[in-house]
Write a protein that binds this ligand. Structure first.
Ligand code: SF4
Length: 334
């Protein structure tokens, strides 16, 4: 018997999520959200705020979790995710996922979780808690609960998805019932935006531009970007390739001819770094303006946002409930 469910869903279901750890920045937009905006047009899409996953590492202080969850949805809506196209929901509002996680954990060998590359160091240091060890199983439940057959991933997340495929296959084999698709990766180009200090853009480094920033906050943040350290005076010839954060942002946010002009003026020493940053800030603000306007409109009507989430929760629960019922039957629990 084939252990793979033939995909009959039209269009296929794409499932993805984000942990609720605060407002999103430009790196999230370029790396993930822009892709989601395209995907919602071609697939059935389920986008989940992974609030349980947030607890695997941030369980001590959850006071701001409700705010973080809603902020993320506001950022998604601002970025152009349409609730009429995609289902947006909270993981914790779908308790069926938790039961599916439990049932899938019964058939998942510890070793599959212990060899997860992101957990290896924690296992060695003895810092791993039970919830975090089970992260790959919970993630599998997230995907399979809503019938996810495609998961957008970058190269570094392929190993996670491989565990989900293994669990789906093992479930089908163990129960002799072919219930799950083996979720496949939807490989995405994830252009990473370097942080203003030259490190990876990250909330914890505070080196990014939040999508919800005002234009002034954006300009102020860009003023702190690290440039070519050899340039001391405006007339010193610079080298754009040694410009840590500003020139790479030009390459991401402006066209080729602008980059050419910036590079040649920089090399000729006819462009000051402060003016250069000011021009960059204008370009970034221009690109983010429509997103921010949409976000701000939604932020002024939070009851509408809550209604969108409630509706998404209901759809996800129905879908997950149907999946769970099949799994319970397969285990002779009903
Ligand atoms: S002029 Fe622009 S590109 Fe050149 S070092 Fe300064 S900020 Fe970077």
């Amino acid at each position: 018997m084939s252990e793979v469910v033939k995909e009959t869903q039209t269009p296929p279901v794409v499932m993805s999520g984000m942990r609720a750890t605060g407002r999103l920045h430009l790196g999230h937009y370029m790396g993930v959200l822009r892709n989601w905006v395209h995907l919602q047009n071609d697939y059935t899409t389920f986008f989940m705020v992974a609030d349980w996953h947030s607890l695997t590492t941030k369980y001590e202080d959850t006071l701001r979790l409700p705010e973080y969850r809603r902020d993320i949805v506001l950022d998604w809506l601002g970025a152009g995710i349409y609730p009429t196209k995609a289902t947006l929901y909270f993981q914790s509002a779908v308790p069926e996922i938790a039961e599916l996680h439990l049932l899938l954990s019964m058939i998942t060998p510890n070793k599959w979780c212990e060899t997860d590359p992101t957990l290896k160091d924690m296992i060695t240091s003895g810092e791993l808690n039970y919830g975090l060890l089970g992260y790959p199983v919970l993630q599998t439940a997230d995907i399979l609960a809503v019938g996810g057959s495609l998961v957008p991933v970058g190269k570094d997340q392929l190993a996670h998805l491989e565990i989900s495929r293994d669990i789906a296959r093992r479930f089908n084999h163990t129960t002799g019932q072919v219930i799950f698709h083996e979720p496949r990766p939807l490989m995405t180009e994830t252009p990473s935006v370097i942080g203003l200090d030259g490190r990876k853009m990250s909330k914890s480094y505070q080196n990014g531009i939040e999508l919800a920033f005002s234009e002034d906050e954006t300009t102020k943040a860009i003023k702190t970007a690290i440039t070519d350290a050899k340039r001391l005076k405006k007339t010193d010839p610079g080298e754009p390739n040694d410009c840590v954060a500003v020139f790479p942002w030009y390459q991401t946010f402006t066209d080729a001819s602008t980059c050419e002009t910036v590079a040649s003026e920089c090399r000729a020493g006819s462009r000051g770094c402060m003016d250069c940053k000011k021009q960059l800030a204008e370009a970034v603000n221009e690109q983010l303006r429509p997103l921010r306007e949409r976000r701000s409109n939604y932020a002024q009507d939070l009851s509408q946002v809550d209604a969108i989430i409630d509706a998404g929760n209901t759809v996800a629960r129905e879908k997950a409930g149907a999946t769970l019922q099949k799994v319970r039957r397969a285990f002779n629990l009903v």
